[in-house]
Design a protein around this ligand. Structure first.
Ligand code: NAI
Length: 334
C-alpha cells in the first residue's frame, strides 16, 4: 500500500467528500463507513496512517491490531480523544493527532439552539401547528433575560456560549479549575462547582471527558441544583449519569434536558436505526418526555467545521509524512 494512503473509519459520504476536497497529491483516503474496533482494525492492515472519529473504539485490542498491521499515526478527525488509550498507543509507538478546534462557533450555536428550543417548546409547537392545533396550553416558556447560566468548562466553546448568553441578558458564571484566566479576562465570574450547581437556572457542560469529569453530573450534583433547572450537554455523554437525570426529570427537579451527546451513543448515533427496536430503555424513556430534546451529536455539523476538520487532518498527516513537528499531537498525561 502507498505509505501515504490513509484508511479512514467512521467516514460517511459527507466526510469523504470533504476529505477528498482537502487531499493533496501526497495524501489520499480510503474511507469506510464503519466504526473502528478490534475486528474492523484488520481492514487497515498495511496502512501507516489511520483516521478515526468520536465513537471509534481505540482500546488496547484495537491498537495492537493496528500496530501489528504497521500503523504509526492515528489522525483523529475530532477534538476529544477519550476514545483512545493514549498510554497503550505510546507503548506501541503510535502517535495520535487531533483537530483541537474545528468550529467552536458551531457547537456554541447549537448549544444555544437547544436552550431556546427547550425553553420555548419549539418541537411541541412545530408538531401542533402542523396538526392544525394552535392551542398554547403547555407551551409556556421563560425569558432568558435575568437568568443565571452556569458553564462547566471555560474553554473555547464554553466562553462562546457565555458570550451568547450574556447577550441575552443572562448572568454567566463559569467553573473552570484549570485555566480560569481567559474567563476572567472576558469578564466572567469564575466559581466553584458547588456554587454553580446551587445558583444556576441553566447549566451547560463544556469540559472534556476525563477520569476527573466522568459523571460530573450525578445524583449528588443534581441534589445541589435548583428545582426546575435546565441541563444542557453538548460535550460528551459520559459527563452525565443519564439514569440519575432521568430520575430527576420524573421528579421535576430537572425541568429541561438538552443533549447532543449520550453516554451510550456509540451503538446509536450517526446511523439510521428507524426500522429497528432500540434496546436502550433509558434512551427510549428519555425521548418520550416532552421536556427532553436530543440531537444525535450534530453540534459540530456545519460546512465550516467539516472543511476545517478535513484541512487540519490533512495538514496533520502531511506533517507526519514529511517528519515535521506534530503540532496537534495528543500526548498521554503522566
Ligand atoms: P477546550 O479544551 O477549549 O475547553 C475545555 C475546558 O474544560 C478547558 O478550559 C479545561 O481546562 C476545562 N476543564 C477541564 N477539566 C475540567 C473540570 N473538571 N471542570 C471544569 N472544566 C474543566 O475545549 P472546547 O473546544 O471548548 O470543547 C469542549 C468540549 O466540547 C470537548 O471536550 C468535546 O468533548 C466537546 N465537543 C463536542 C462537539 C459536538 O459536536 N457535540 C464538537 C466539539 C467538541
Amino acid at each position: 500500500m502507498n505509505p501515504n494512503h490513509v484508511v479512514a473509519f467512521s467516514a460517511k459520504p459527507y466526510d469523504e467528500a470533504y476529505l477528498v476536497q482537502a487531499s493533496t497529491d501526497d495524501v489520499n483516503f480510503r474511507c469506510y463507513d464503519l466504526n473502528l474496533n478490534s475486528t474492523t482494525a484488520t481492514m487497515a492492515n498495511g496502512a501507516q496512517i489511520v483516521s478515526a472519529f468520536v465513537n471509534d473504539d481505540l482500546n488496547t485490542d484495537t491498537l495492537e491490531v493496528l500496530a501489528a498491521g504497521g500503523t504509526e499515526l492515528i489522525a483523529l478527525r475530532c477534538a476529544g480523544y477519550n476514545q483512545v488509550d493514549l498510554a497503550v498507543a505510546k507503548q506501541l509507538g503510535i502517535s495520535v493527532v487531533n483537530v483541537p478546534a474545528y468550529s467552536p462557533y458551531a457547537v456554541a450555536e447549537h448549544t444555544v439552539a437547544l436552550m431556546l428550543a427547550l425553553s420555548r417548546k419549539l418541537p411541541r409547537s412545530y408538531n401542533r401547528v402542523r396538526d392544525g392545533n394552535f392551542s398554547l396550553d403547555g407551551l409556556l416558556g421563560f425569558d432568558f433575560h435575568g437568568k443565571k447560566v452556569g458553564i462547566i468548562g471555560g474553554g473555547k466553546i464554553g466562553r462562546l456560549v457565555g458570550e451568547r448568553m450574556s447577550a441575552f441578558g443572562c448572568e454567566v458564571i463559569i467553573h473552570e479549575p484549570i485555566n480560569p484566566q481567559p474567563c476572567i479576562d472576558q469578564g466572567f465570574e469564575v466559581v466553584a462547582l458547588d456554587q454553580l450547581l446551587m445558583e444556576s437556572d441553566i447549566i451547560s457542560l463544556h469540559c472534556p471527558l476525563t477520569e476527573d469529569t466522568r459523571y460530573i453530573i450525578d445524583t449528588g450534583a443534581i441534589l445541589k441544583m435548583k428545582q426546575g433547572v435546565m441541563l444542557i450537554n453538548t460535550s460528551r455523554g459520559g459527563l452525565v449519569d443519564t439514569a440519575a437525570v432521568l430520575s430527576a426529570l420524573k421528579k421535576h427537579k430537572v425541568a429541561y434536558l438538552g443533549m447532543d451527546v449520550y453516554e451510550q451513543e456509540g451503538s446509536l448515533f450517526f446511523d439510521d436505526h428507524s426500522s429497528e427496536i432500540i434496546q436502550d430503555d433509558v434512551f427510549q424513556r428519555l425521548i418520550t418526555l416532552p421536556n427532553v430534546l436530543i440531537t444525535g451529536h450534530q453540534a459540530y455539523f456545519t460546512k465550516e467545521a467539516l472543511r476545517h476538520i478535513s484541512e487540519t487532518t490533512v495538514a496533520n498527516i502531511v506533517a507526519f509524512v514529511t517528519q515535521q513537528p506534530l503540532i496537534n499531537e495528543v500526548k498521554v498525561r503522566l
